[in-house]
Design a protein. Sequence first.
Length: 418
Amino acid sequence: MKFIENFKFTTHIPAFVAVMVAVAVPLRASGVAAQQAALGLALLAALVVCATSVDTRGYVRQALRSPLGLVVGAIFVAWGVTIFFSYAPFQSLKMGLRTGALIFASVLIWAVLSAHQDVQRRLWKILVGTALTLAVLALLSLNGVPMILSVFKGKVLALEKPELAFKAFAAACMCLIPVVIWAGRKLGGGWPFASYAFLPLALMVMVQTENRAVLAGVVVMTLSAVVLLVVARWRYVVSIYISALVSFGAAAYWLYIVGAEKLVGQVSQEGTYLPLWLVDVHRQFIWKFAFERFLDHPIVGNGIDQLNRLPGANKAVAGLANSAALVPSHPHNWALEILAETGILGFVPVVFALAYIAWQLFKHYKMTLDEGDFALLILGVGFWSSALFNFSIWAAWWQLTFFVLFTIVLAARPRTSA
């Protein structure tokens, strides 16, 4: 072991971890495989570091024994109980274990980055540069430049439409905004201006992919940023609120216009309960089905990742195309998904954990005005509000997007506040 610890190449492994982590979330532009390949390599390298570094293992133990580690652990205890009542227990067990493994992998990466602060500036630079580069390339593809999508997908001819191919990347861009800006400001010099440039690029990707779920997340992020700035500084209150109202009004108007265009020739259907320009017919039927299945088993749910397998889930929605099943893959709402699949028993610990994290970050931010706390709070409200409309909360790439970005910012804290 001493030989391994003293072997020169091990000094470069933390830097490799930093590089792979930096490119992982932006690589969602190329697809799930590219993102997960980068994180897989980062995890393998992190395991080597943990095996050879006592200090890094100390960080891992610190995380697992921390109040946050105990709060997250309580979630898995509750989920473990619900598995016995699952529609398909083995499948639920696999999904629960996978989520736990992804969180533990994030802890290992956090430990490496925390124990090797010298590699973090490299991580921030690569994150900002990669996010900018891939956002520009995505926009070029969205605006008709040929072959870019083929290169991204590794195919001679990519038949997928760019606005569909980059829809998930738009969600990654939303999550990247606060972290990229935070990284640029940490670097100083000309980097803050480069990070600010990512904001309009990310917004254009979201608009051109017509991803209304992530635009809803941006609106919530904007309003949350306003509240945090006012609470922390109590300066420019009127200007900040006017800017927020204008931004909110513009987003609402855009949602209304785009929604109205899509409703041409459609009529309201029985069973809908929200304006169709705000939430489409199909999504409203999905949510209704999910809530009804929650009422069937309100305490322990129907089993993790089982909603689309329940009887009636594949039934076609009346008035829509035959392919429009009630639950084609997932309920497009993380709260309903966890409620219907793990019941109140599994849902309450998740809400408690999120509230605990938000409260701890807010308290620390109010005392220190730490921009890392600000970035994490904005990332959190954006991710969880957007997830109320889109993507399964069990999707590995979606979970990893949040875990990895959270890890990057959290690793920059000194050990005493990690």
